[in-house]
Design a protein around this ligand. Sequence first.
Ligand SMILES: *Cc1c(COP(=O)(O)O)cnc(C)c1O
Length: 226
Amino acid sequence: MDTPSEKNDVLAQFQDVQNDIRAACKSSARLKEAVKLLAVSKFHEADRIRPVLKAGHRVFGENRVQEAQGKWPALRTDYPDVELHLIGPLQSNKVKQAVQIFDVIESVDREKLARALAREFQAADKYIPIYIQINTGEEPQKAGVLPKDAADFIDLCQNELGLQVKGLMCIPPVDEESALHFALLSKIAKQNGLEGLSMGMSGDWQTAIALGATVVRLGTAIFGQR
Ligand SMILES: *Cc1c(COP(=O)(O)O)cnc(C)c1O
């Protein structure tokens, strides 16, 4: 259990982040309504998440199906209008559970998964939006579609599978300038007529907003170290 002061820390950090985002939008001449804050609550217990819900925030990110299943049904009982995004790798055998609990899947990164999602959306009669994860750094150990394959993959998802592709998501390499990767993601999105750009984490979200992010995914900045 968290002590009351730890909960207040989360609330204070959340409010600081909101103010900082407002300021960053202003200095980048972006509308703050055009940038969605995804509060990444992975590894944090429900008691740490509640203050942010109480403050009125509803958009959260988790990176594991099982962890989300453990925490969110109870939180949703109290806050039914929560919008939960999956931002971590999704195995095909977890697709059914993922579609049950999540409202957006941001980590669609391969054909097999796209096909499994299309089938499950139909089976469950629940059609949720997706983002396609692009491996902008072409890192072998990292998930995501390679930039050179992006156009074909987007076409497959939209036109063959009928998925509702909101946009693209990326996680830049840790040792490189994020800005280069955000600019590349934005370029690929534009070339393919997509509006959504999920980019920017606690260390680089200001840069992401300046380069057009429509979703920033912040964990540490709100909830502290995991
Ligand atoms: C954990 C995670 C985040 C949040 O990272 P922080 O640096 O704590 O803000 C964002 N995106 C993805 C995909 C993550 O896994």
